[in-house]
Design a protein around this ligand. Sequence first.
Ligand code: MF3
Ligand code: CO
Length: 276
Amino acid sequence: MTQNDQAVSDSGRRSPEPPIHGPEGFEGMRKAGRLTAEALDVLMEATAPGVTTEYLDNLAYTFAMDHGAYPASLLYRGYPKSICTSINHVVCHGIPNDKPLREGDIVNLDICLIVDGWHGDSSRMAYVGEVPRKAQRLCEITHECLMRGIAAIKPGGSTTDIGRAIQAYAEAERCSVVRDFCGHGLGRTYHDAPTILHYAEPSYDVVFKPGQFFTVEPMINLGRPAVKVLSDGWTAVTRDRSLSAQFEHTVGVTETGVEIFTFSPKGLHQPVNPAA
Ligand code: MF3
Ligand code: CO
């Protein structure tokens, strides 16, 4: 989600109160999250040199239809596809097309499936064949950013804890955090309060309460954080053309901590280079 979306839907930077969900919501999100993660497992296993992102998009659409789900991005604000496929210096919202993936590419696969009205939103990096060490390092750092951001979610804490944890780790590794896109509340809607910033911004701070659902989806660049959107109105790229990576989970705040709804059933959270 763009920071601008949030400004339009809310009054300024200030979110309305995030919805609080009960046990039925958690049940719904577990189902939606699990199916979303299964879809990503399928997409990750299908990613290889020569495969087109349009092929992966078709696979995702068919998977959704076969499982009684609907891909939330399809026709969302005019977005034409079921998934986003963001390759190398593309930060997010890359549109699947007929260009084959090439050995050494890194690609973010982003899907949100609606199951019984509940939204499961998740993305992972996939390696196309064997990828260069610096690309691998960026993906590992970005996954660690996601997990540190989620680990910072504690009862009594607040959303800036997530941004602070992510920014501290990313910058210690000499990477940068993208500012223009953020995580978001979700549940029966795709994009809701609270906004989740992936950097420290004390002026926007929402206290965690059990029953809040939101995404954590840091975008981390090897170079500068600045982003521009291409003329298709969607594809966001790094201005300096440096590599960018992203991982995303959907989570729920519990009485004691946090529950991750989008864990990979096959344990394919992080891509691995084929053994040399
Ligand atoms: N995970 C991204 C988000 O929540 C996916 C956007 S899909 C698109 O913003 F349709 F908006 F591109
Ligand atoms: Co999202």
